[in-house]
Design a protein around this ligand. Structure first.
Ligand SMILES: *[C@@H]1O[C@H](CO)[C@@H](O)[C@H](O)[C@H]1NC(C)=O
Ligand SMILES: *[C@@H]1O[C@H](CO)[C@@H](O)[C@H](O)[C@H]1NC(C)=O
Ligand SMILES: *[C@@H]1O[C@H](CO)[C@@H](O)[C@H](O)[C@H]1NC(C)=O
Ligand SMILES: *[C@@H]1O[C@H](CO)[C@@H](O)[C@H](O)[C@H]1NC(C)=O
Length: 397
């Protein structure tokens, strides 16, 4: 009798509880923490540290970006391109690690000191915990070397397969939701494009994309030509340009010729204009030919936009002025920040690229939900109230 009552309670009050689909967060460009250890023989300045016998926080660490030491930072954070092997590696004497695999801490806060401008997925994770999620168990993080592009993510993708399967098992064989931000979305698309359908059917519930960069964006062109201070007032764009140019991910995120026409001017400068068909010339003119090789290595990774083969929730902002054409006049080219003719978008990614997920409508049996959110800026989308309401509905109903 006691046993029967117990079973009754067990069935109705315990087992009947709905298990939430676990979520794995895939961050975007700049959204993973890096630690580094040094044993270098040279550095740009005498005051740069050459040796450490411990790993220190390299990204994101606002102290590393301070004037004087920023050149030390860029010299450690840049990658070096190997034209023969078509891969990149750290500079000599720099060892990097990406801490926190599978956990949320390093994708919630980029800076271990939790200084507020460096919060990343923390608002979303805090909300999810209120909805019944548990950090490191049913909400997890998949940080990676965002300096590179999927052609160099073999290890990351292998680990991601394991993380998905492990998370599925850890949550009573419940299908996993992949939630990406920005470049984390094309990164996830490439992953899904290379997984068997049977695997996706078994392990993946859906793919929620926030601010997905499906067809590139004009902004990386400015970063190549003139550097980008990332909105940090004390950072000088030209000081970080060397490091930014060195990243294959910058090449990957250039505007795609599937989204921009051959007659659309992306950059205007005295004597020459550049379109999607002029990238070789562009890299010649900024004297950075490695960029052209990296562009060729990465341009086709998701160019054809093959459907992911899972349910998609495509959430993005619009209605925010976004660089559309970069205009250099007088002798601004290339070292001064250009004037900008704006386009619609989320402030970083042009609207046509954000809407790239619509290409899949009718091309796969799984549903594509399109959720445009007016005024959700590229980073602010991670704290946006309407987006949180949509996530709550999608994750808990
Ligand atoms: C540091 O690099 C030098 C070569 O430049 C090497 O001889 C030495 O063993 C390295 N030290 C450590 C701790 O790895
Ligand atoms: C999640 O893992 C991190 C280590 O990466 C740890 O610091 C944190 O306390 C863990 N959180 C929970 C809720 O267990
Ligand atoms: C999974 O089920 C087991 C028993 O069937 C239970 O102990 C455990 O709490 C469940 N896990 C989750 C995440 O609900
Ligand atoms: C560049 O494009 C603008 C229009 O966007 C045009 O007015 C200008 O003549 C072009 N310049 C060159 C050098 O082709």
């Amino acid at each position: 009798m006691f046993r029967l009552i117990f079973t009754f309670f067990f069935l109705f009050f315990y087992c009947d509880c709905k298990i939430l689909n676990p979520v794995i967060l895939v961050p975007g460009d700049g959204g993973s923490e890096f630690v580094a250890k040094l044993n270098k023989t040279t550095a740009p300045h005498s005051w740069c540290v050459l040796h450490t016998d411990y790993y220190f926080s390299l990204w994101l660490n606002l102290e590393e970006l301070a004037p004087f030491v920023i050149d030390c930072f860029t010299d450690n954070m840049r990658v070096i391109y190997d034209r023969e092997k078509h891969i990149t590696h750290n500079p000599p004497g720099v060892e990097t690690k990406i801490p926190g695999w599978g956990d949320t801490r390093t994708v919630e806060w980029l800076d271990p000191s939790h200084i507020s401008p460096t919060s990343y997925f923390s608002t979303i994770v805090n909300a999810m915990v209120k909805w019944g999620y548990e950090r490191n168990v049913s909400v997890r993080g998949a940080p990676y070397d965002f300096r590179k592009a999927p052609n160099e993510y073999a290890d990351f993708y292998k680990n991601l397969i394991t993380l998905v399967e492990e998370t599925y098992a850890l949550n009573n064989n419940t299908k996993v939701i992949l939630l990406g931000h920005s470049m984390g979305n094309p990164t996830t698309l490439y992953f899904l494009n290379h997984q068997p359908q049977a695997w996706k059917d078994k392990f993946i519930q859906s793919f929620i994309s926030l601010a997905g960069v499906w067809g590139g964006s004009v902004k990386p062109l400015r970063l190549y030509a003139s550097g980008d201070n990332l909105g940090v007032a004390f950072v000088k764009a030209l000081n970080v340009r060397v490091q930014q140019r060195s990243m294959p991910s910058s090449a990957w995120l250039m505007p795609s010729d599937m989204f921009w026409g051959k007659d659309e001017v992306l950059i205007e400068r005295p004597g020459r204009n550049y379109t999607v068909n002029d990238y070789q010339q562009f890299f010649m003119d900024i004297n950075f030919m490695d960029g052209w090789y990296m562009r060729q290595d990465t341009a086709n990774l998701i160019r054809s936009l093959t459907p992911p083969g899972v349910e998609v929730h495509c959430v993005h902002g619009y209605g925010i002025p976004t660089p559309g054409t970069l205009v250099y006049t007088g002798n601004m080219w290339p070292d001064s920040q250009p004037n900008v003719r704006t386009d619609d978008g989320d402030g970083t990614v042009n609207i046509r690229s954000l809407k790239g997920c619509l290409h899949w409508q009718g091309k796969q049996p799984q549903k594509i939900y399109h959720v445009p959110v007016k005024g959700a800026e590229h980073m602010e989308i991670l704290d946006n109230k309407d987006v949180l309401v949509y996530l709550k509905k999608t994750l808990t109903s």
